[in-house]
Write a protein that binds this ligand. Structure first.
Ligand SMILES: NC(=O)c1ccc[n+]([C@@H]2O[C@H](COP(=O)([O-])OP(=O)(O)OC[C@H]3O[C@@H](n4cnc5c(N)ncnc54)[C@H](OP(=O)(O)O)[C@@H]3O)[C@@H](O)[C@H]2O)c1
Length: 308
């Protein structure tokens, strides 16, 4: 049956009127599906991506369902663009009830960003790390931060000191490491928020393996189109299922007070040992600040400023 994500997440009766969500990577795939579901439930939505036409189309659809929606274009490989996205979100919304860190992808070619950081790590981890920390003081009490990771995070470790090198690059390994970073980031954020008495929660999820999303865009066109056809095959995780996993963590009262957890679709799951390693989480957090040349967020200094 073709139920929308909010129904698949068991939250079709939720009323999000008066709340605001920023969904990164909502021009396509599961982010788009989640943004529309949140809009239908009454949330105002800040949509994000790089494709301005897709962004405008999404905003039209959101406005049609009554959402006060806007699109902000930002390339996540560009530090200034991420800061501008945070600024624009702050300027155009009273506060954020929901931050969905979902933008990301698989990138086949080895390259460094202008910051001198491996591209996949930068786009998939460093950008949401910066965005989240830029928006900490804009999060409503009890806001939720949801980060799209992946089961692909398993079977790798991450040396945050090695992310400025692309020697021996493998696109898949880089993707795996960036998704491990997503889980470690979500957990470290949860702990630092909790330590400061903040009611803001932070969780990570695997949305399912979803051939019908835009995720396969790195493949040659016939293969990418072929993957999309699988969307219709019974038993295959659909874009709506993946969007539902995001919507579940973003909205369901079953996860109201849950923070620092990893979900596989809509079920809590244990992530890899490396993902659970506190020391690795702390090192990633500190090294990420170092790469960006910023003070460590939610560190010893500036505590009161960053949380409520
Ligand atoms: N599909 C799967 O099987 C699967 C499995 C596990 C996890 N995930 C994760 O799910 C998330 C969403 O992916 P999806 O499957 O929905 O794929 P998708 O349809 O390709 O969506 C990816 C979104 O991220 C945005 N994005 C990509 N690179 C960007 C960049 N450099 N700067 C700014 N935005 C960028 C895209 O925006 P533009 O197109 O406008 O650039 C798009 O809105 C990703 O984090 C992915 O790693 C997917």
């Amino acid at each position: 049956m073709d139920h929308p994500p909010e129904r698949r997440a068991g939250v079709a009766d939720a009323d999000l009127t008066g709340t605001t969500a920023l969904v990164t990577g909502s021009t396509s795939g599961i982010g788009r599906g989640a943004a529309l579901a949140l809009g239908r439930l009454g949330a105002d939505v800040v949509a994000h991506g790089r494709d301005a036409d897709a962004g405008a189309e999404l905003v039209d659809e959101l406005v049609d369902v009554g959402s006060d929606a806007r699109f902000v274009r930002a390339d996540f490989a560009d530090v200034d663009a991420v800061r501008d996205l945070a600024d624009e979100t702050r300027e155009t919304t009273a506060e954020l009830d929901l931050l969905v860190n979902n933008a990301g992808g698989f990138f086949r070619e080895a390259r460094l960003t202008d910051l001198g950081v491996e591209y996949t790590f930068h786009v998939n981890h460093l950008a949401p790390y910066l965005l989240t920390n830029e928006l900490l003081d804009h999060l409503a009490p009890g806001a939720r931060v949801v980060t799209t990771a992946s089961e692909a995070h398993r079977s790798v470790t991450l040396d945050p000191d090695a992310v400025t090198s692309i020697g021996g690059y493998s696109g898949w390994t880089a993707y795996q490491r960036s998704k491990l970073a997503n889980v470690q980031f979500a957990f470290e954020l949860a702990r630092r928020l909790n330590d400061r008495g903040s009611a803001v929660t932070s969780n990570a999820l695997h949305p399912g393996a979803i051939p019908g999303s835009g995720f396969t865009r790195f493949l040659p066109t016939p293969l990418s189109q072929g993957a999309k056809l699988l969307e219709a095959v019974p038993g295959v995780t659909s874009v709506k299922d993946g969007a539902a996993a995001l919507v579940f963590l973003a909205v369901s009262d079953r996860v109201d007070d849950v923070s620092g957890r990893y979900f596989s679709k809509q079920r809590q799951a244990e992530p890899s040992r490396a993902a659970r390693d506190h020391e690795a989480q702390r090192q990633l957090w500190e090294r990420s600040a170092g790469l960006l040349g910023i003070d460590e967020p939610l560190g010893q200094a500036g505590v009161a400023e960053g949380t409520r």
